[in-house]
Design a protein around this ligand. Structure first.
Ligand code: ADP
Length: 274
């Protein structure tokens, strides 16, 4: 399921004194099965961009295609439920949305909302909890007895249980310690690799973008400044610094190193904006 934006503009509060053009003629392509990171300074349009992919926001102009689902500006009636079955959205601090008495009930909530039967929802919930690595001894406990990292995994299981083809992550590791961060990112790396799921991740963490993605889109002032492999993007460190990104000097060597070894380097020595 390829995702593409063609000349997409988004204007908040049009024709008011608060009018803000948050996306300005954006054309990008996210191939099916890719792991794409979206980076950019605060206010560059990252959240606005990803919220168009599952119909939370509608374009003021332009067209977005998510597989065969097409969203156009000024189109009134659309079956967004069908879209949201294909594209899951993991919001920042998703654990804040947990509410059921037990973990398993919480994970069942998503699929049941899409009309799946009780037994099928339970099956999917169990499968998703296994995917996020939560042992069955936990499933009938309250989600509120878990650690922060475990709660986040339950919330992610809730999205996976809908069985989306693509998943959007908005700062998925915010507030987690390095171990929790690594666990969550490895989970998405596995989902990407084993289930061929398309992953779209908004992140402030440059090393996560470099380590996990195969495409990095750099947003600046509502426009995509670059869309390329992490090697090619981070090789242009000076250009990235000019748009307010904090690129450690060690990252400038990424391109050289990957060219030498012919494989993706893992950079774990530094973390930004934590
Ligand atoms: P990022 O995710 O990169 O921080 P956003 O997409 O949140 O950027 O915001 C892009 C621009 O749109 C910013 O200038 C922001 O202030 C503005 N903006 C975001 N949400 C709204 C809103 N609901 N109403 C008006 N302006 C908004």
């Amino acid at each position: 399921m390829d995702i593409s934006f063609e000349h997409v503009t988004h204007v908040y509060s049009p024709k008011t004194p608060f009018e803000k053009r948050a996306l300005d003629d954006v054309s990008i392509h996210i191939p099916s099965g890719s792991f794409t990171s979206i980076i950019g300074h605060t206010g560059s349009g990252k959240s606005t961009l990803v919220q168009h992919i599952n119909g939370i926001l509608k374009p003021s102009n332009g067209t977005i295609s998510i597989g065969d689902f097409v969203i156009k500006a000024n189109e009134k009636k659309q079956n967004l439920k069908a879209l949201r079955e294909k594209v899951g959205f993991v919001f920042q601090y998703p654990e804040h949305q947990l509410f059921e008495e037990t973990i398993i009930k919480d994970v069942c909530f998503g699929p049941m909302n899409f009309g799946v039967s009780d037994s099928e929802a339970t099956k999917r919930a169990e499968e998703s909890l296994k995917l996020v690595g939560l042992p069955s001894s936990f499933w009938h406990r309250s989600p509120f007895d878990l650690s922060g990292g475990q709660m986040r995994r339950v919330a992610i299981a809730g999205v996976l249980a809908i069985r989306p083809q693509a998943i959007i992550l908005d700062e998925p590791t915010a507030g987690l310690d390095p171990r929790g961060r690594e666990e969550i990112l490895s989970l998405f790396k596995d989902l990407h690799k084993n289930l061929n799921m398309t992953i779209i991740m908004v992140t402030h963490n440059m090393s996560d973008a470099a380590n996990y993605s195969d495409q990095v889109i750099v947003m600046d002032g509502g426009k995509p400044l670059m869309a390329d492999t992490p090697q090619n993007v981070f090789a242009q460190a000076e250009r990235l610094r000019k748009v307010g990104l904090d690129i450690p000097e060690s990252m400038e060597f990424l391109k050289m190193l990957t060219e030498k070894t012919g494989e993706r380097r893992t950079i774990t020595a530094f973390t930004l904006d934590e």
